[in-house]
Structure formats: C-alpha cells, structure tokens
Design a protein around this ligand. Structure first.
Ligand SMILES: Nc1nc(=O)c2c([nH]1)NC[C@@H]1CN(c3ccc(C(=O)N[C@@H](CCC(=O)O)C(=O)O)cc3)C=[N+]21
Length: 226
C-alpha cells in the first residue's frame, strides 16, 4: 500500500489546504484521503472535509457519507464508530436489544456511533441513549447501560460508581496526561466490576486504524472495478 503524510505548517492558509485536497482528489495514486482533526483556527473544518471527494472519504466524515449512514445506505463508515461496533460483535457482545449509553456527542464519535448502533442492521438494533455536558443526573443514566461508551475526552471521568455490575465498557478516550496515554475510564476500578472493558492504549485506537485500512481497501477495490 502506498501512503503519504503531508505535514503542513500550523499557519497554512485555508485555500492552500483546499488546493492540496483538490490535487489529491484528482490523483489516481490515492484511493483514500484523511484530513487529521482538529484543524487550526484559520481553517474551517466543515469546508475542508466537504472538499474531499466522497469516493475517497475513507474517514467517513464527509456529509454525504454521514447522510448515507444515517439513512442506512451503504457508504464508508466513520472509523472509530465502526471500530467500536466491530469490537463488540467480534467479542460476542452483539448490541442488538442492548441499552447502549454513549457519553459524548462529537461529530467524529458520539453522534455517528449513535446512528450506527441504532440502525436496523447487523451490529445495530441497540437502544441508544446519548449523554453530554448538559445531561442531568449523568450517573443515573450510565448505570442503566448494558454497554457504556465513554467518548467525552476527559481523563478518568467514568468512575466505578457510574457503572452497573456486569456492564460492557468501551473506552474511546485518548488523553495524554504527563506523557502517558489514558482513556476516559478509571480503568482499574471499573475493570473490577465490568464483564468486559477495552483498555487505552491497545483498545479502540488500533480498531480505528484497522477500520481506516479496511475502508481504504474497499476504496481501492471500488476504483479498480469501475
Ligand atoms: N479525521 C480524523 N479521523 C480520526 O480518526 C482521528 C482524527 N482525525 N484526529 C485524531 C483522532 C485520534 N485518533 C486515534 C486513532 C488511533 C489511535 C491509536 O491507535 N492509539 C494507540 C496508541 C498510540 C500511542 O501510544 O501513541 C492505542 O490506543 O493503543 C490514537 C488516536 C484518530 N483520530
């Protein structure tokens, strides 16, 4: 697989980034493009993502991809949400009929994950609750979760008292604290009472990368068969 990383200076003008995306859209050597987020203030994130050709949107964040996913149409799925779905399915925790509580409502994790897990499809059919900074009595809700997904980006925010005995806990947080990588879950205390839990590092991060590669392989196959 051929891959190139374009490291642009933090003060890159908006139009320079858009021209690079245009160039990569038109270059047959690339079947997939990912614009690493977050972007600096002079760049409008939504405009940059919309500039990616939907056929090359292996990150699954283009509004066309997100719209199709919401409607249950085939498309590139966003990598972290589909990584969460796959780790559940492949570990024997089908979300169907389960109460999944997602804490966090970002465009990259919380919102698309809710849409994915509620679909009428394999890996879907969950009852989904989304919590966020304006949620009242958060721990009353998280304690009702069969599957609890921590995606708020606050180190150690999910403590043991917020988790039902025997729950399955998915930690999506990637926080750097004193040069160490930690998740959004207070791992040791929560691990002691949960049925299963994903660690950080070594959990959803590598699943995200695997889904990106899988989407890119699909993109290359689709390109060569057209
Ligand atoms: N457009 C876009 N799409 C993304 O998917 C995206 C993004 N922007 N911006 C940043 C976040 C973060 N993210 C990670 C993916 C894998 C690991 C990962 O695999 N981490 C390893 C540890 C790596 C280490 O030790 O440094 C692990 O969790 O085991 C981490 C972080 C994707 N993101």
């Amino acid at each position: 697989m051929h891959s190139e990383t374009f490291h642009l200076p933090v003060d890159t003008p908006h139009d320079v980034l858009l021209s690079l995306i245009d160039r990569l859209n038109a270059d047959d050597r690339f079947h997939g493009i990912l614009v690493q987020l977050p972007l600096p203030a002079q760049i409008d994130e939504a405009t940059a993502i919309e500039r990616i050709a939907p056929a090359k949107d292996v990150d699954g964040l283009h509004p066309v991809s997100q719209g199709k996913m919401l409607q249950g149409e085939p498309t590139y799925l966003p990598c972290t949400p589909s990584g969460v779905q796959q780790v559940l399915l492949r570990s024997g925790y089908d979300p169907a009929g389960q109460h999944v509580v997602i804490v966090g409502r970002s465009n990259i994790v919380g919102k698309p994950l809710a849409a994915l897990l509620m679909q009428r499809s394999i890996g879907g059919n969950a009852t989904v609750t989304v919590c966020h900074t304006r949620t009242r009595n958060l721990s009353d809700i998280t304690r009702q979760a069969d599957i609890l997904v921590a995606a708020m980006g606050v180190p150690g925010a999910i403590t043991a008292d917020m988790v039902r005995d025997g729950a399955v806990v998915i930690d999506v947080g990637i926080n750097r604290v004193d040069d160490r990588l930690v998740g959004d879950v207070d791992f040791d205390a929560v691990a002691a009472k949960s049925e299963a839990i994903t660690p950080v590092p070594g959990g959803i991060g590598p699943m995200t990368i695997a889904m990106l590669l899988s989407n890119t392989l699909d993109a290359a196959r689709r390109y060569s068969s057209k």
